[in-house]
Design a protein around this ligand. Structure first.
Ligand code: NDP
Length: 452
């Protein structure tokens, strides 16, 4: 029998890799993990966590305005990016330390260095040393993709947005996905003059059309200059910022330009092709339902496999891998009915099928409530909340729920349980409303607005 240095070597200290390493160690495996940057990965260091803290920061102007409408003597002062940013960095340090502590407690050996594959059972560290392992897990995540065009070297991405010394006065954001829309709203809330270009007819492609329209209208009403069907042709450095020429030849100047045009799997230079690991066309690692590659000792989880690129999914994949290989209980991570939130302002929570996808499968009923909720209406806001149920006309099962409004992310977590359990429209109906709340509309929609 060959003696390996480790039972498992994990490359990548993000959500998926850390969970897999920790659980494998708890199952008794001897585990090592290499991370070349900061422990915690995209979610903790340059994604979900700092983004959500920026969302909170950006919502205070509205809250102060509302406070005044509710009778408080409240006035909004200036936003001090430096003060916020210092606290943000301290919080990320705290979280990174907690990740390290948890790995340490579980007995995982951490190498703060880059690791690449040398053969199906060994990795090479940046110092030239080699470590052998019975199993290797790749959890190296993804990286922002910026297309090549004249002036593309002038742009920033979501990696840099958290590191700015000062907030720009104006910014052009290119893209129409999660990151572009979330940062348009965040920066708009922080007082930056935001313009967003999206190449297609409507932002947030893939989400429910009615919800997309609702969010786009609300973003415009809140002050984002959103141009759809618009592309950027070139960027040039001007005397007072960056000169942007769009597809129709019009020119405008911005302090900064951010690209949020998708993320690519981090597989380059890892030695994967050299040892024969199959990659998909976009560079993602091809894996089966148990996250195993075509090389039996090599597994991969998270964004590097480009399945559903969300932190909780990577965590599930990592945990299922560790239980399967080291815990004696084969488990697959499920990739259907994943509830998720887009932290735009207003926020979206969604689970299950869009109306468009459900319609393609069979007869449906659609229930929609669009209304002005109590709290902002009292404060004089015109913005409406959208609540939508997509129901199968035959089985009566709720196939999809799409919510746009305050706390939609919190609400969809709960609704997601009911949808996963196979709740019918009648199950929703016989649940007593919690009054007075926004969420009560979910159980009081009586008549479909349309059938198809
Ligand atoms: P997305 O894939 O969501 O969106 C990419 C956007 O860029 C799309 O609008 C796409 O247009 C556009 N685009 C792609 N290529 C080009 C190009 N060459 N020129 C112009 N536009 C282009 O990626 P994001 O970067 O926004 O997010 C990455 C991932 O991170 C997401 O998949 C998501 O899973 C995850 N994420 C999740 C969050 C959450 O859960 N709240 C928050 C942030 C990120 P088109 O639609 O036409 O293809």
């Amino acid at each position: 029998m060959t003696a390996f240095d480790y039972d498992l070597f994990v490359i990548g200290g993000g959500s998926g890799g850390v969970r897999a390493g920790r659980i494998a160690a708890e199952h008794g495996a001897k585990v090592a993990l290499a991370e070349e940057y900061r422990m915690g990965g995209t979610c903790v260091i340059r994604g979900c966590v700092p983004k959500k803290l920026m969302v909170y920061a950006s919502e205070y102007p509205d809250q102060v305005r509302d406070a005044a409408a509710y009778g408080w003597e409240a006035t909004l002062g200036a936003f001090d990016w430096g003060r916020f940013h210092g606290k943000l960095e301290a919080e990320l340090d705290r979280l990174e330390a907690a990740y390290r502590r948890n790995l340490d407690r579980a007995g995982v050996k951490v190498f703060d260095t880059r690791a690449t594959l040398a053969d199906p059972h060994s990795v090479k560290l940046a110092d030239g040393s080699t470590k052998t392992a019975k199993h290797i897990l790749i959890a190296t995540g993804g990286w922002p993709f910026v297309p090549d065009f004249p002036g593309s070297d002038l742009v920033i991405t979501s990696n840099e947005i958290f590191k700015l010394d000062a907030l720009p006065k104006s910014i052009l954001i290119v893209g129409g996905g999660y990151i572009a829309c979330e940062f348009s709203c965040i920066l708009n809330g922080l007082g930056v003059d935001v313009t967003q270009f999206y190449r297609g007819p409507q932002i947030l492609r893939g989400f429910d059309d009615e919800a997309r329209d609702h969010i786009a209208d609300a973003m415009r009403a809140r002050g984002v200059t959103l141009h759809t069907d618009t592309v950027l042709r070139k960027l040039e450095r001007g005397p007072d910022g960056i000169k942007a020429t769009s597809g129709d030849g019009s020119i405008a100047q911005y302090d900064a330009v951010m690209y949020a045009t998708g993320r690519h799997p981090n597989t380059a230079g890892l030695g994967l092709e050299e040892i024969g690991v199959t990659l998909r066309e976009n560079g993602a690692i091809a894996v089966d339902e148990y996250s195993q590659t075509n090389i039996p000792s090599v597994f991969a989880v998270g964004d590097v496999t480009d399945r559903v690129n969300l932190t909780p999914v990577a965590i599930r994949e990592g945990h299922a891998f560790a239980d399967t290989v080291f815990g004696g209980t084969p488990r697959k991570a499920e990739h259907d009915l994943i509830p998720s939130a887009v932290f735009t302002q207003p926020e979206m929570g969604t689970v299950g099928l869009t109306e468009e996808a459900a319609r393609a499968q069979g007869p449906i009923e659609v229930y929609v409530a669009a209304f002005r909720p109590m709290q902002p209406m009292f404060a004089g806001h015109a913005e409406k909340v959208l609540m939508k149920l997509v129901v199968c006309a035959d089985t009566r099962r709720v196939l999809g729920v799409h919510l746009v409004g305050d706390h939609a992310g919190e609400m969809i977590q709960m609704v997601g349980i009911a949808v996963r359990m196979g709740a019918t429209k009648e199950d929703f109906d016989r649940t007593v409303a919690v009054h007075p709340t926004m969420a009560e509309e979910l159980v009081t929609m009586k008549t479909p607005v349309r059938t198809a």
